[in-house]
Design a binder for this molecule. Sequence first.
Ligand SMILES: Nc1ncnc2c1ncn2[C@@H]1O[C@H](COP(=O)(O)OP(=O)(O)OP(=O)(O)O)[C@@H](O)[C@H]1O
Length: 270
Amino acid sequence: MTGDLLLDVASLRKSFGGLTAVDDVTLQVERGSIVSVIGPNGAGKTTFFNLITGIYRPDLGTALLDGVDLVGLRPDQVAAAGLARTFQNIRLFAGMTALENVLVARSMHMRSGYWGALFHTRVYADQERSAVADASELLRFVGLAERADALAGSLAYGEQRRLEIARALATKPKLLLLDEPSAGMNPQETEDAKALILRIRSELGIAVVLIEHDMRLVMTVSDHIVVLDYGRKIAEGGADDIRTHPKVIEAYLGRGVAARTATPESEEAS
Ligand SMILES: Nc1ncnc2c1ncn2[C@@H]1O[C@H](COP(=O)(O)OP(=O)(O)OP(=O)(O)O)[C@@H](O)[C@H]1O
């Protein structure tokens, strides 16, 4: 890595009782890059995301985003520092429209707050108009312009996933963490997700870190891949290095899972 460092995570560790879920993991993300974190089930991928987004506090280690230490911050403070995420399980307000869902996420960037809303000040009205315009633009960006007034709960599964991404983008992040963006998707939806991830980088200039089990997606979008197993980083590098890395193949095969890392044409690694 030689470029402009955005996220610098060093020696991160977290134990739950006797189990070390994340063990001395170091990871760097350059501005504008796409990094994937892969590994068999239970390898520590989601715990790693939880450690850098303020859901868990690490036992050891540091996580700097653009020089700001994320350790000890609450999730909302992490988001304000420029790190947004989606979750493995969709978390939307099902009874609100798609547009309202994005507006709620964006509201943390509106400055007039409670009193402005109460007295409906001009500043508040201006901010509200610009918030609606921004949220509508985000819905267009993720391909949901036509669905702005639909209740989130009525959207198709792939649409709900895209709405989650729009909500995360509404916080204007420098870095977006996507936890299994293609989980449960059909092949067409996965292709659409892949195109969207690439556009987030190319059109918005936002770096992306994804946890993903779909090896074809991982191998085609990632600049860099980090492999975890039993909480430890066992390999990292480009797609070609990872595909043929003996420790990676062993980690997947050793759990009785097909060695699909060696064949990018296959759909999933676990
Ligand atoms: N809150 C917790 N309390 C106790 N153990 C936990 C907790 N969270 C995670 N673990 C354990 O830590 C290990 C890593 O879990 P994690 O969910 O991070 O793995 P993962 O790589 O994301 O797995 P998957 O691919 O199945 O989502 C697992 O053994 C899990 O059971």
